[in-house]
Design a protein. Structure first.
Length: 186
């Protein structure tokens, strides 16, 4: 009888350990899915930028520094595709700031603001910024769940045994960069 009780207890512990492991896998997958969502939206934004720049170049020829900065930061953003979240957030934050400055400068050009192409790109960029924000919230929530599971007892025992690691949050360092760039063509 004692042997059966010991076997039942060991089986229950094994099932609990399997459950903890499966939860860790689920949280890691959710964090990966969240990061993929951010990556898709950042790629979409990077793809919109050249078209937006083409739409404004003719109007803003003497605003060369702003255009060059956006181009340079877009190139860095595309090149940082597999960078860790903290590094990627820094680059994307700088790009968001540069886009905000571009839109602010564009306000000085009534003909540009009236351009249908510019309005369409501005609207698409605004929608993409909102999607990036939603993707970042999802990813950070998934990263939080993974981190809690990786650090909590008893799942920390399973996490350490199978090499589960904390996920980095996708955070914007500078509070001024936290604001979504104002993209208004009115």
């Amino acid at each position: 009888m004692t042997t059966i009780i010991v076997l039942v207890v060991l089986a229950a512990i094994a099932l609990y350990a399997v459950s903890l492991y499966n939860n860790l896998v689920k949280y890691r997958q959710m964090a990966g899915e969240g990061w993929s969502g951010i990556d898709v939206q950042l790629k979409r934004r990077a793809d919109l930028i050249p078209n937006l720049l083409e739409a404004v170049k003719g109007y803003m020829g003497h605003e060369k520094e702003v255009l060059e900065e956006v181009t340079r930061l877009r190139t860095q953003s595309v090149a940082a595709g597999n960078a860790p979240p903290a590094e990627r957030a820094t680059i994307e934050s700088a790009l968001s700031g540069a886009l905000g400055r571009l839109m602010a400068v564009a306000e000085s050009y009534p003909d540009l603001k009236a351009s249908e192409n510019f309005r369409e790109f501005q609207q698409a960029l605004s929608e993409t910024e909102n999607e990036i924000s939603m993707s970042r919230r999802y990813y950070n929530g998934a990263a939080r769940n993974l981190n809690v599971a990786v650090e909590s007892f008893p799942s920390v025992l399973i996490a350490n045994q199978f090499g589960f690691a904390r996920a980095e949050f996708f955070e914007i360092e500078d509070a001024a960069d936290r604001a979504v760039p104002k993209v208004s063509f009115q």
